[in-house]
Write a protein that binds this ligand. Structure first.
Ligand code: ATP
Length: 297
């Protein structure tokens, strides 16, 4: 059996830090969304587990056991006692250290794909649990779509999305480490005016009120990341000037996105922004985080 898998990126419509959990981690409240931008993976039966990585635009991605794909495979094998191998290839298109969940979506794709390839028959809940040990965003990437995510991102509640939405996204500068951003947030604190209105954003998404959504986007990590990388600030303004109804940073950055009234406005803005930001891509909201296709059976 051979599988072709799309591992989709995510964006944060919102990201709020609402407290500290007993284990010291941040207690988050976010609206997370799968988008059509994706990494491409293939996997087929083999005697041992191997991974070959091809990365566009020179982004560094490890191909050894530090890659989240191999960590996911090892975790799944350990949990189930499965001793089968797999030949896995990964083509990276999601920007790295961008807050678009690149590594997490690859891990989710590995869990879902190997579950099929190895005939394990695990349910999504079980895959989410295994995924959480690999990274806080992995459970979301396993589930995909639009989710309200709380805790460290693992407490997920699905939110119905009224209609597909059109976005641009790109990384305007070097990546940012999530740890570095949270450390700076600790030092600087959160100003009340930087908090997103999660309830208003959720209502807008459910009603298909794109302008309302644009007004209620927000990310408490954005001021910190903007200071660390001033390019983020300029990129957000450029997206707004290109006609977005709202533009923000996603996750801990450094990627930014903008949402548009309709596909035509989004396409025009993407073409215009590519003049300054060649990596700018147009994308659409997606209902699933991982898409698996069986080929050559
Ligand atoms: P998130 O949005 O979940 O916080 P991110 O976009 O900030 O993720 P990633 O792109 O997932 O960050 O990568 C962060 C680091 O993880 C990279 O610098 C890289 O060394 C390592 N890594 C391990 N596996 C992968 C993978 N499959 N794809 C990308 N990076 C990976």
């Amino acid at each position: 059996m051979k599988l072709k898998i799309q591992a989709r990126a995510k964006i944060n419509w919102t990201l709020d830090v609402v407290g500290t959990l007993p284990n010291g981690y941040h207690d988050l409240d976010m609206l997370m969304q799968s988008v059509t931008l994706c990494d491409q993976m293939t996997m087929e039966d083999a005697p041992v587990r191997t991974l070959a990585v091809r990365s566009s635009s020179g982004m560094f991605v490890p191909a050894d056991e530090n890659n989240l794909v191999l960590r996911a495979a090892a975790a799944l094998a350990e949990r189930t006692g499965c001793e089968r191998g797999a030949r896995i290839t990964l083509r990276k298109y999601i920007p790295v250290a961008a807050g678009m969940g690149g590594g997490s979506s690859d891990a989710a794709a590995a869990l879902q794909g190997l579950n099929v390839l190895w005939g394990l028959g695990l349910g999504e809940d079980e895959l989410e649990k295994i995924g959480l040990d690999i990274g806080a965003d992995v459970p979301f990437c396993v589930r995909g779509g639009l989710q309200r995510a709380r805790g460290i991102g693992e407490r997920l509640t699905p939110v119905p999305l009224r209609k597909p939405l059109y976005l641009v996204a790109f990384q305007p500068c070097r990546g940012l480490s999530t740890k570095e951003v949270f450390t700076s947030l600790h030092e600087e604190g959160i100003r009340p005016e930087d908090r997103p209105d999660n309830e208003a954003a959720q209502r807008a998404l459910t009603r298909g009120d794109v302008r309302g959504l644009g007004r209620s986007l927000g990310n408490v990590l954005e001021p910190v990341s903007r200071r660390l990388r001033p390019e983020i600030d300029r990129a957000i303004r450029a997206i707004e000037e290109a006609g977005a109804v709202g533009a923000r940073m996603t996750g801990s950055g450094s990627a930014v996105f903008g949402v548009f009234m309709h596909a035509g406005a989004c396409r025009k803005a993407a073409q215009q922004l590519q003049g300054t930001y060649p990596a700018c891509r147009m994308m659409r909201t997606a209902e699933r985080g991982v898409v698996i296709e069986r080929v050559g059976e």
